[in-house]
Design a protein around this ligand. Structure first.
Ligand code: ZN
Length: 141
């Protein structure tokens, strides 16, 4: 048996332990940026999978809708599982806004994890992280 210096032994044990961990514990599910499916119909733009995006992000569709219309400076309507926006917006523009939404209202600014939800603190909406516990301010829409 080889004798290792104490600190090396410790590292060795840690590595060994790490190897024994189930795959799941090693690599937490990577966050997948939702991909907007966009169709331009005449003078309006349809985000076809809006409900699916919100489901994936665990966010209220009304909140997402409000963000999109405000950011794109337009109006629109929720139509079933889709969002219709007045005006023509290309897929890249819509996708950029989706990513901005995720960065602002989903990812924890402290640890970067997507496991968050909204809480109310003294009437102000905040972002609470389920992974690290941080509570962060978010803009009002
Ligand atoms: Zn966090």
């Amino acid at each position: 048996m080889v004798t290792l210096p104490k600190e090396l032994e410790y590292e060795f044990l840690l590595n060994r332990l790490y190897e024994l961990l189930p795959e799941q514990a090693k690599a937490p599910a990577r966050f997948e940026m939702p991909h907007a499916i966009v169709e331009i119909h005449g003078k309006s733009t349809l985000i076809k999978n809006a409900a699916q995006i919100c489901q994936q992000l665990r966010r209220d569709m009304n909140h997402f809708f409000k963000f999109m219309t405000k950011e794109l400076g337009t109006t629109g309507a929720i139509e079933g599982s889709a969002i219709r926006l007045k005006g023509r917006f290309g897929p890249a523009t819509v996708q950029r806004k989706v990513e901005q939404y995720v960065k602002t209202f989903v990812l924890c600014p402290v640890c970067g994890k997507p496991d968050t939800h909204f809480i109310e603190m003294r009437g102000v909406r905040m972002l609470k992280c389920e992974a690290c516990g941080a509570v962060s301010p978010i803009p009002e829409l």
